[in-house]
Design a protein around this ligand. Structure first.
Ligand SMILES: *Cc1c(COP(=O)(O)O)cnc(C)c1O
Length: 235
């Protein structure tokens, strides 16, 4: 992954690419969380293959793309065969409306990423600092700087992520781990991999800010947290 989906940390892909190439391996990166948030340059990253998902960058659901470095094209084999569409790599009729929508989302991302980044970064800082003042024991998961703006993966020691999400459920959307597997009962493998024991990993909650998050919403969250969770709950 270029950017981790749970903690928003930007991975050192070009160093990893160098390592894999030195050992004769190709490198594919899932850049789904990076698109529209940081600038992606396949040449700088040195990756051979890269995938994106449209709906994570405000495009329609149901479409994504695969970048393949020119030189390795002959080495790929189709998993879906038939009519031979998409250079024979993925047969099937192309979903034209989705592709057009995805293209438009990319165009907007190319124009807006920098401005989005600065605005979201500032908002994230307001939220982080505001929460930290209210709950000094709150901790951040993942690297404090090498992360995308808009991801706050935090923990309130003593309380599970599920508890906090349940208390705020009607007013605010948050997640414990990845959206695909947030059962809440299993600790996130990402947080465990950071070195936290399972009971502490279960405290993780992920708050995401995006292009449409407003100053007012951040103010509301900062009012909501102490009011709903209650001052007695944290020390
Ligand atoms: C959401 C996500 C996916 C899955 O993409 P879908 O198009 O929703 O299936 C894969 N990788 C990462 C990093 C994601 O965030």
């Amino acid at each position: 992954m270029l950017v981790n989906n749970e903690i928003g940390v930007i991975q050192p892909l070009s160093a990893i690419a160098e390592l894999t190439h030195r050992h004769g391996a190709l490198l594919h990166t899932d850049a789904t969380q990076a698109a529209g948030r940081i600038t992606i340059d396949v040449a700088t990253l040195g990756v051979d293959l890269l995938t994106l998902s449209s709906h994570k960058m405000y495009g329609p659901q149901g479409v994504g793309c695969l970048y393949v470095r020119e030189e390795i094209k002959p080495r790929l084999r189709a998993m879906i065969t038939g009519g031979g569409q998409e250079y024979g790599l993925r047969s099937g009729t192309l979903p034209l409306p989705l592709i057009a929508g995805f293209g438009k989302a990319c165009e907007i991302a190319a124009a807006e990423t920098l401005a989005d980044h600065q605005r979201i970064k500032a908002l994230t800082r307001v939220l982080w600092e505001g929460l930290k003042e209210l709950f000094p024991s709150m901790r951040l998961h993942g690297h404090p700087e090498k992360r995308i703006a808009g991801n706050l993966n935090v923990a309130f020691p003593g309380y599970s992520g599920e508890e906090i999400i349940a208390l705020l459920r009607d007013q605010m959307a948050m997640a414990t781990g990845s959206a695909c597997s947030s059962s809440g009962t299993e600790p996130s493998h990402v947080i465990v991999a950071l070195g936290f024991p399972p009971d502490e990993a279960l405290q993780a909650i992920r708050i995401s800010l995006g292009r449409f998050t407003t100053d007012r919403e951040i103010e509301q969250v900062l009012e909501l947290f102490p009011r709903t969770i209650g001052s007695g709950m944290f020390h």
